[in-house]
Each structure stands twice: as C-alpha cells, then as structure tokens.
Ligand binder design. Sequence first.
Ligand SMILES: Cc1cc2nc3c(=O)[nH]c(=O)nc-3n(C[C@H](O)[C@H](O)[C@H](O)COP(=O)(O)OP(=O)(O)OC[C@H]3O[C@@H](n4cnc5c(N)ncnc54)[C@H](O)[C@@H]3O)c2cc1C
Length: 379
Amino acid sequence: MSAVKKVLVVGGGIGGQSVAIALAQKGVEVEIAERLDVYNVYGVGIIQQMNALRALDELDLADETMKQGYPYGQLKMYTSTGHFIGLAGAPPIGKYPSHNGISRRTLHEIMYDKAIKLGVHYKMGTTVTHIENNKDDVTVTFTDNTKKTYDILIASDGINSDMRKLIFGDFKPKYMGVSVWRYAFKKHEDLDTAYMYYGKRSKIGFIPMSDDSMYMFLVSAEGADNPWIEKSAYVPMLKDYLSEFPAKIAQDIIPQITEPDLVNYRPIEASHLPEPWFKNRAIVIGDGAHATVPQLGSGAALALEDGVVLAEELDKADTVEKAFTAFMKRRHQRCMAIVDASETLAEWELLEFEGKPLPEGANIGQVIGKAVGTLMAPH
Ligand SMILES: Cc1cc2nc3c(=O)[nH]c(=O)nc-3n(C[C@H](O)[C@H](O)[C@H](O)COP(=O)(O)OP(=O)(O)OC[C@H]3O[C@@H](n4cnc5c(N)ncnc54)[C@H](O)[C@@H]3O)c2cc1C
C-alpha cells in the first residue's frame, strides 16, 4: 500500500465494512468509528445482483454470502391478479448468479467476522465531532474528546451523513414521494425465485433470503409531504395494501403480519453529492455520496463496489489525491447512471399509483435494460 498506512472509517455499515476489509487485506491499519453501541441490523433482506457478488468476491466473501443466502435467477413479474408480465434482472456473470437474496443481519455478520479476522478495530458507540482536514493528514476529535491523526478519513455514515456535513457543509437528501414497507416471513412453499406483483395502489415483491426464510417489500405512495405514520397503524395499513392482491402468496401471508415492531417502514429519499466526493484527506462513499432509491435494488452493491475500488486505487497510487481522483473517475458516472435510472423508475411508479399518465415515450424496459448494462460492466 503506497498512499496510506492508517485510516479511519466513520460508519460501519455495508460500505464502511467493505472499504475496511479491502484496505485491511492490503495491510493497512483500519479503525471503524460506529455510532451504535451494539449493531441492531433489522432482519429483513437485501437483493444482491451479480455485481454485488462480484465485489464481495474481491473481499473473499461471495461464496459465504451465497451459502448463507439464496441465489436465484430472474425476477418474475405479474399483475395483481396473477397475469404474467415478464422476466427482469441481469443475466449471471460467470460464477455469479443473477441475484442472491440474503438477510441484512446475516450479510452484516459475514462482513463483521471477516473484518475482525483481518484486525480491523471497531470503536463502537463512537462518532467524530470535529475534523481538521489538512493537506497531508486529518485529525479528528471523537465523542469522548480524544483526538487522533490519520492519513485519511473515509465517511461511510449513510444517507444522513454527519461527516458529509463536517467535510462539505449542509446537504439534504430529497424525499421521493414513495415509501417501502418490509416484513420477514418463513419462506412460502411456492417461492422458487423472486416475484413481483403490480397493483393499482402499490407493488409488492417476495424475495427468498435462505432455504427457510423470505421477505416481502411493498412500495406505496404516502403523499408528497412525507406524513408521519403511527406505529399502531403499520399492521392494519400493510394488510389493507395486501388485500388488493388475490395472488395466493400475498393472501397467505396476511394473517402472519401481526407485530408492528417487525414492520420496517421507510419513506424513500435520494441524494447526489456534487463531485468530487473528497476534500483534502476526507472522502465520502456509499449512500452519503449517492443514495439511490431502491427501484433497481443496487444501493448496497454500489457501496460495496466503492469500498473495493477505493482500496484498489489507494493501493496503486503514490499520493492520496491521485487515488481519490482515480476513484472519482471510476465511480461518479457509474453511480449516477444507477441513481438517475432508479429515480426515473420511482417517479413513473408514483404517477401510476396516483392514476396519472406516464410522460410521452416513457419506456420502463429500456431504462431497466440500460441500467442492467451499466451494472454488468466492470466496476
Ligand atoms: C427500503 C430499502 C430497500 C433497499 N434494498 C436494497 C437492495 O435490495 N439491494 C441493495 O443493493 N440496496 C438496497 N438498499 C440500499 C442499501 O440499503 C444502501 O445503499 C446501503 O445500506 C448503503 O450502505 P452505506 O454503508 O452507505 O450506509 P448504511 O448501510 O446506512 O451504513 C451507515 C452506518 O453508519 C452508521 N452511522 C450513521 N451515522 C454515523 C455517525 N455520525 N458516526 C458513526 N457512525 C454512523 C450507521 O449506524 C450505520 O452502521 C435499500 C434501501 C432501502 C431504503
């Protein structure tokens, strides 16, 4: 490793652990400052497309992820009444299947175990309150008032990144008008791949996470002003949305939705930090730089790729600036292509839920096809 020896990663989620593992594999000393005292990753799942598995393979984790997850082929799409619409998803690349469904908690544990084995040090319950971001190093003040100097700071603290604010000033994600509801279940007997059903008020998807578990996501439009929904309303609202879908799998799970605490409800936001995502010795990766609405199920894949690519460029370059510049060259256009395509799909979906016509020439298949081409291209 030529450009750095000692690195602080702020935020130990998917992107933070990816870059920490990739750097530690190259012999760099890495610390992760994670705000949570103890991780409490929720138990619903995540869709990993083939490019996520390709990035995980560089961290030496793809096989374990597929073993503990559920590799599957293309997504089958239906109308709410069960008429087949078509297949979606990228073809497999080499040994990487089109998709792998996995529990977020399982993915987190796989990455955490790997990072610990490689000697990554976690500072749990800790964040950074101040940074002196110099030309040659970065000195941070932690919440316990201790100060420490690193070669670089990598901010991977998610869509509402506090580090982004410390580095660049205020920056707000934008609410997209759609929300996602998720709930985990025992795997339905009929679920052999991923399924999606398009209703008038919402769309639902069923994703296998392992041989005996699956999760459901439901996308709805809750209003332009992002209204607060009381937790006590979660279960009845979710059941009401599902009542629109006569498909057996949807009807079978309705009685199993009983616990408001197990409903994961998220209004969807997006953000694109203007380039470059670095200043002096601090750089933002993952959702803090390019949070994408989940219409293409790719945000975590992009965060994983960010980690792998950043470590590779730091390894190759003899200065941090060259490495950060090379990282931007490889990442900006690719990430923005997926962010923009996902937003277009979300905007059209919102129009459909509102009963409004799509813009002239709107071609969903073309947008998805182009995005899949981008994901398949090397990171
Ligand atoms: C409803 C929904 C469904 C999605 N489905 C998919 C999918 O199927 N496939 C996919 O690829 N992507 C999906 N995504 C996107 C994916 O979850 C994100 O893109 C991904 O988690 C981003 O990783 P990250 O490391 O940037 O941020 P996060 O995973 O959000 O990690 C941030 C970490 O930083 C910590 N942190 C926050 N603030 C601080 C601070 N100030 N100091 C220290 N630590 C801090 C947090 O506790 C957390 O551990 C989905 C997103 C949503 C909202």
